[in-house]
Design a protein around this ligand. Structure first.
Ligand code: UDP
Length: 368
């Protein structure tokens, strides 16, 4: 059977990579990879680390492109590629425009679509925008749902998805993390000695404008309050983020703005950090497995498991809230130890193997 894996952005590449590897190792499957390259540079980095090459590349990224323009370009490109490649099943991960359009393009051609990381919900269609709607729409068109946890399975059941199409597999991000975490990667600069490092990432659309400015102001206050604290901030290439970080944080001797790390070095940076401030989805899943507390720079999350566990905390983007919550962890060892105790609600590193088995059974049951 021919499996097509569609990948648009860096987190999709990281989470699909273990699955591409597992299908490639299975003699009864042929795998092809379609890169839409919704985000070009970061996607290419992740492909290189996991030794993946694209069989098809739509290269849809254009400067200043609107969501409708992106959607239209993706739809035409995907449909042409489906017609040419004729896969038996298509898999895409997560909640980008790439994933929603893939699901719809497959529906029009009546090709089974399987959704990886299915069932994540904030239950607010506009938050995050447009990701929540993308995953709801993709989920409604999927024949197989690979839900990372029981919580995500429950969300799908409440939306009346057929029970026998939902499988709790764990999240493949833990497969990727465990492959990567035992090595130490070169960071490209000297990690600050004898300092407690706060690692920061931000890229969400909802944090463009005032929120990212508040985040930067909070970081300035934190390094001023604690002389042993150092900030490492890999800045997302989006100009809305870069403008604010350059304006507020450039030139401070205990704040280091760097290019986005390749995945290997980023995992090394997470391991060395004391504390992580992030609006990223993947980081909320990875950091608990590494025993690193995360303060999430958002109002809500589709990943409540680690919040319930107490190792991730939602704090929003008010300057005062960020400063207060980070100060607490930097000054109260018991509070810190509790959040840094390590937990892995998102999987055991075997998700990809499970998924290959489920797809095999799916085809067996259709021919039976
Ligand atoms: N990541 C990376 N380099 C960085 C920052 C993040 O490789 O400089 C990884 C991170 O470990 C996680 C993924 O990128 O696996 C998260 O991507 P992002 O935050 O862009 O998207 P989200 O997870 O929010 O969809």
């Amino acid at each position: 059977k021919k499996v097509m894996c569609v990948i648009g952005t860096r987190p999709e590449a990281i989470k699909m990579a273990p699955l591409v590897q597992a299908f490639s190792a299975a003699p009864d499957f042929e795998v092809c990879v379609l890169a839409t390259a919704q985000h070009r540079e970061l996607l290419d980095q992740a492909f290189a680390l996991f030794n993946i090459s694209a069989d098809y590349d739509l290269n849809v990224m254009m400067p200043g492109q609107t969501l409708p323009e992106l959607t239209a370009r993706l739809m035409t490109g995907l449909d042409n590629t489906l017609a040419e490649a004729r896969p038996d099943i298509v898999i895409a991960q997560g909640d980008t425009t790439t994933v929603f359009v893939t699901a719809l393009a497959c529906f029009y051609r009546q090709i089974p679509f399987a959704h990886l990381e299915a069932g994540l919900r904030t239950h607010d269609l506009y938050s995050p925008f447009p990701e929540e709607a993308n995953r709801v729409l993709a989920g409604n068109l999927a024949c197989l749902h690979f839900a990372p946890t029981e919580v995500s399975r429950g969300n799908l059941l409440r939306e009346a998805m057929a029970e026998n199409t939902i499988f709790v597999t764990g999240n493949t991000v833990i497969d990727a993390l465990l492959q990567t975490a035992d090595k130490d990667f070169d960071l490209g600069f000297e990690w600050p000695r004898n300092k407690r490092v706060i690692l920061v990432t931000s890229h969400r659309r909802e944090n463009f404008g005032e929120p990212i400015e508040h985040i930067c102001q909070a970081l300035l206050e934190l390094v001023e309050t604690h002389q042993d604290v150092f900030v490492v901030f890999p800045v997302h290439p989006n100009p809305n983020i870069r403008k604010a970080t350059d304006h507020y944080l450039q030139g401070h001797d205990r704040i280091r703005l760097v290019q986005p790390f390749d995945y290997g070095p980023f995992v090394t940076a997470m391991k060395r950090a004391t504390l992580i401030l992030s609006d990223s989805g993947g980081v909320q899943e990875e950091a608990p497995a590494l025993g690193k507390p995360v303060l999430v720079l958002r109002r809500d999350t589709e990943r409540p498991e680690a919040v319930t566990e107490g190792v991730v905390k939602l704090i929003g983007t008010n300057k005062e809230d960020i400063v207060r919550e980070a100060n607490r962890l930097l000054t109260d060892p018991a509070a810190y130890a509790d959040m840094a105790r390590g937990a892995s609600p998102y999987g055991d590193g075997q998700a990809s193997e499970r998924i290959v088995g489920i797809v095999r059974d799916y085809f067996a049951s259709r021919t039976a």
